[in-house]
Design a protein around this ligand. Structure first.
Ligand code: NAP
Length: 248
């Protein structure tokens, strides 16, 4: 291993929702690139397995911490700073999906989605900004923020907020901290599982120029690029890794 294939050696990264799915993929990509990686999750039994995988590449830690809890996020960042060092790379990835027609969406449903997806992103970005002197913040949005999707109004609104938050914070934290978003298209994870989708929903997700789901590795490679030395002139952007579903 050398500097070329471990460009993040000596860096500390924190990935929220890193126990499974896209977050796990990003955490592994950053660890393989040499970063010490911390992940958090609200209580996923797969976190121990992900931690063991991360530790094959170097120092890592996992914490049970809910992004909707201000106290938990403050404590998480304090622990990462103490045990691994001040983060250089923070990925706000934790998210949930709620699917229902708007007229059947309760205010509590709406609040829950906004709480995890947008307020959680705010808390993570704020704790990162309070501690980081330089580095990268990467927020995971969604192509649906730009496309809109029936029966997913709360989710789309929350991810639109993530993109706006990213742009404002990129201005506020320049020039030392670069802040970008990734807006994935459909990726085969527990959240959007090909096996559990109705034929109608699947057809809609496949109606893109590339006509396929993306992979966790394709999102992780984009995050690794944004975290690395080649991305030093990029801030305030939203990267569509989406098979052409949205063209910027
Ligand atoms: P996933 O497989 O459902 O994984 C979600 C992750 O977030 C899990 O690790 C989960 O932990 C964690 N999480 C959920 N609520 C949390 C909370 N309150 N605090 C901390 N962690 C929490 O989803 P995914 O597909 O990997 O999605 C990851 C991100 O990509 C999300 O922001 C999602 O909106 C976005 N995205 C996904 C797709 C897609 O097609 N999959 C497309 C566009 C955007 P537990 O396992 O403990 O619940």
């Amino acid at each position: 291993m050398n500097e070329y294939n471990r460009p993040l050696a000596g860096k500390v990264a924190l990935v929220t929702g890193g126990s499974r799915g896209i977050g796990r993929g990003i955490a592994l990509a950053l660890a393989k690139a040499g970063a010490k990686v911390a992940i958090c999750h609200p209580g996923d039994e797969r976190a121990a397995q992900t931690l063991a995988e991360l530790q094959q590449y170097g120092e890592a830690l996992e914490r049970c911490a809910d992004v909707t809890s201000e106290a938990a996020m403050v404590a998480l960042f304090d622990q990462v700073c103490t045990l691994l060092g001040t983060p250089d790379i923070v990925v706000s990835n934790a998210g949930i999906l709620h699917e229902a027609p708007l007229v059947e969406t309760s205010a509590a449903d709406f609040d829950r989605v906004l709480d995890v997806n947008l307020r959680g992103c705010f808390l993570v970005n704020r704790e990162a900004a309070r501690r980081m002197k330089s580095g990268r913040i990467i927020n995971i949005a969604s192509d649906l923020a730009l496309l809109g999707r029936e029966r997913m109004t709360a989710y789309c609104a929350s991810k639109g907020g993530v993109i706006s938050l990213t742009r404002s914070l990129a201005r506020e934290l320049a020039p030392h901290i670069l802040v970008n978003a990734i807006a994935p298209g459909s990726i085969d994870t527990d959240m959007t599982s090909v096996d559990s989708m109705s034929p109608e929903a699947l057809a809609k997700d496949l109606a893109t120029p590339l006509a396929r789901f993306g992979t966790v590795e394709e999102i992780a490679a984009t995050a690794r690029f944004l975290a690395g030395p080649e991305a030093g002139f990029i801030t305030g952007q939203c990267f569509g890794v989406n098979g052409g579903s949205v063209m910027y």
